[in-house]
Design a protein around this ligand. Structure first.
Ligand code: ZN
Length: 432
């Protein structure tokens, strides 16, 4: 499927790479570029690192496939993925999803969490993902053990996928004694504090809880990632409370707003002011269009035509880092999804009108997601960066997005499938 040369030390392949993801202009100066912004290049690597990038003439590029840096899932729920079968939400609304989720949580076992999370990581790896940030239901009887299990998996998988974990609890939980112990544990484990801030809300109580949480995160030095304004009512009501709190203090930890859907319903003047506030406080945003379009604004007798979604482009224009995530996979919140970032790009295209052949259309899945998660590698392909790729069986963006393409995944200079199947001792086997 590609022109691949293997030797003991130096390896290379020829492929199309998005021009915007190639680091140095010098290396591709004068290169031909397709209408979709793809450059035909020969990329060489030794061991784990890229050692050369050379352009190749357009006339010898007709057969090439599309090569991307391994991609990122910035917002997932691997502890409850694949629970649709036992906790279906056939009505499809937000409150129904919450009830089904809480019902399933009562019967959740460590074994089931391990199995779901491992399946999620295997699929992510197979689909070309190098880092996953997952929120973790962190209240109730099984919470402590859930963290034990997921931290074990995080260590087992660290050579292939970086797993970041966020403690998801009701916001006011951070003000309790148990919340305090959880925060200390999470911070020690390198995790983040999370929570849900969705209207209708009590302003004073919400502000007090937010203040408590942000102060605690600041003191412990751990990041924050909130589910905020995942709603079609009272636009940006949660965001108003957050900004009120952030205006009062100096923040030393990264803050992410996940969803921020109802912000998109604000008038353009208000929206622009809030976007500037987010940029000022260096708050990043993760848009989650699939769950938003599935859950929010439901009416039994009408197709809703005004849809809550984070205003991705306006935020980018204000200088906010914006990523796009898949969120729920086959659970009460969303019945579809498969930890496939290429499918996510494809499904996001008509919802958010993001085109991957534009720099700011591709960034939410690559460089912006990497920056937001503070990953070591920014996802730019250049000499010295990791030989960490997903090679799609597609010769153009249109072909790649038409249906989820077959692909090969390279992690740190080795093709992942070969490594997994060669290693007899490996616990990792793909679901076929
Ligand atoms: Zn979520």
């Amino acid at each position: 499927m590609d022109s691949l040369t293997n030797s003991q030390e130096n390896k290379c392949l020829e492929a199309f790479i998005p021009r915007g993801l190639i680091g140095s202009a010098r290396e591709v100066f004068g290169a031909s570029v397709t209408a979709e912004g793809l450059c035909p290049v020969r990329i060489g690597w030794t061991g784990e690192l890229i050692t050369s990038i050379e352009t190749i003439p357009a006339e010898s590029a007709s057969d090439l496939k599309l090569l991307l840096p391994r991609l990122i899932e910035p917002h997932a729920h691997i502890d409850k993925a694949f629970t649709w079968g036992e906790a279906p939400n056939l009505k499809g609304g937000y409150q129904n999803a919450l009830q089904a989720n809480l019902g399933e949580l009562k019967n959740r076992t460590i074994e089931s969490v391990y199995a779901r999370a491992e399946r999620a990581l295997k699929l992510s790896l197979k689909n070309g993902v190098r880092a996953v940030r997952s929120h973790v239901d962190s209240f109730g009887l099984v919470a402590d053990q859930t963290w034990d299990v997921l931290l074990t998996l995080r260590d087992e998988w660290k050579s292939l996928i970086e797993l970041q974990l966020v403690a998801l609890v009701p916001l006011e939980y951070w003000g309790t004694k148990q919340g305090n112990s959880l925060a200390i544990r999470v911070a020690k484990a390198g995790g983040l504090l999370g929570g849900v801030l969705v209207p209708p809300l009590h302003r004073r109580t919400s502000r007090a809880s937010l203040l408590k949480m942000v102060t605690m995160a600041n003191d412990l030095g751990c990041g924050i990632d909130l589910h905020i304004d995942e709603s079609g009512i009272q636009p940006a009501e949660g965001l108003k409370q957050l900004i009120h709190v952030l205006d009062q203090m100096e923040i030393h930890v990264p803050i992410t707003c996940s969803h921020l859907s109802s912000m998109g319903l604000l008038s353009s003047g208000k929206l622009s002011r809030f976007a500037d506030c987010l940029a000022h406080h260096r708050v990043s945003v993760i848009a989650l269009p699939l769950t938003n379009f599935w859950l929010l604004g439901r009416q039994s007798t009408r197709t809703p035509v005004k849809r809550p979604i984070a205003p991705i482009v306006q935020l980018q224009q204000a200088g906010v880092t914006v990523a796009v995530g898949g969120d729920n996979v086959q659970d009460p919140w969303f019945p579809a999804g498969n930890f496939d970032p290429v499918s996510l790009m494809s499904m996001t295209m008509p919802l958010a009108q993001l085109a991957p052949w534009q720099r700011l259309g591709l960034a939410p899945f690559t460089t912006a997601a990497s920056a937001l998660m503070e990953l070591e590698w920014n996802g730019i392909i250049q000499v010295g960066s990791p030989a960490d790729f997903v090679l799609l069986d597609a010769s153009s963006w249109s072909e790649a997005l038409a249906s989820s393409p077959r692909r090969r995944v390279m992690a740190k200079g080795d093709w992942v499938d070969e490594k997994l199947f060669i290693s007899q001792n490996s616990k990792l086997q793909f679901d076929r």
